[in-house]
Design a protein around this ligand. Structure first.
Ligand SMILES: CC(C)(COP(=O)(O)OP(=O)(O)OC[C@H]1O[C@@H](n2cnc3c(N)ncnc32)[C@H](O)[C@@H]1OP(=O)(O)O)[C@@H](O)C(=O)NCCC(=O)NCCS
Length: 217
């Protein structure tokens, strides 16, 4: 039976969402996080969410809900790098040896420094039960609007070459392929031989013209 259309509500993530986001990201992006963190993935991701939400950092997080249930989430970084505070935050959750290992393993997929006109998307994840109902698309549009409001001209992300669902979603949302990276040991680590940098150009947000004073009354 076809899944009925959903009303997707996107809102900024709050600290109370940390556990739900961590479960969702660890499940949806298991191929990425399991090799790096093993069973510590959920604890580490929850710590990263709390870290991002606690301070005036450069990472934004949103969750999408269907009928009040968290169905998806996304992170957007405004730089200067995409992994600010990663090592110490993860070490606080799972200990230094595992955090160092995770930094090395995930470093293979890392984006590095952002350009001044760039906003970078990471950890887009939708729960299995909520897929193909517009959640991923709604989260991408939220990122695009927020990045444009910040004056950024480009939204970027990496997707593994074998991720057909992600690639179809991004192509449909206006992202174009910019470059490819071969990942040595990628098949072994992430079941992915390579990754693709995708980019969407953003139109500048028009400044709102001040309203002319009308006659009183
Ligand atoms: C990729 C992912 C985020 C898509 O989320 P989603 O909420 O299902 O996406 P949407 O419902 O907004 O899909 C919008 C469009 O993208 C395309 N699309 C999405 N999933 C697809 C799939 N499995 N196969 C083919 N096209 C797909 C379709 O064109 C779809 O429109 P349609 O349903 O009207 O045909 C989700 O499958 C997911 O979480 N996957 C695991 C984690 C992941 O890979 N994240 C991305 C890392 S870069």
């Amino acid at each position: 039976m076809p899944t009925p259309p959903a009303t997707v509500a996107v809102r900024a993530a709050a600290e109370d969402d940390a556990v739900a986001i961590a479960q969702l990201v660890a499940e949806a992006l298991g191929d990425k996080y399991r090799p790096a963190l093993g069973r510590g993935a959920e604890a580490a991701i929850a710590a990263l969410v709390r870290h991002d939400l606690a301070g005036p950092g450069a990472n934004r997080r949103w969750v999408a809900e269907i009928d009040g249930c968290v169905a998806g989430s996304v992170t957007m970084s405004l730089g200067p790098t995409a992994d600010e505070g990663f090592l110490s935050t993860v070490a606080g959750a799972v200990g230094w040896p595992r955090a160092i290992r995770a930094t090395l393993v995930l470093g293979v997929l890392a984006h590095g420094r952002l350009d001044a006109d760039e906003a970078y998307i990471d950890e887009l994840a939708v729960s299995g039960w909520a897929r193909r109902r517009g959640v991923g698309g709604a989260l991408l549009e939220t990122c695009a609007a927020a990045a444009a409001e910040e004056g950024r001209g480009r939204l970027t992300l990496w997707v593994t070459a074998g991720n057909a669902a992600g690639r179809a979603l991004y192509a449909g949302a206006g992202f174009r392929e910019r470059r490819r990276r071969r990942i040595i040991a990628g098949r072994l680590l992430f079941r992915a031989p390579g990754a693709i940098l995708m980019e969407r150009r953003l139109a500048p947000v028009e400044p709102v013209a001040p309203r002319a004073e009308g006659p009183a009354g």
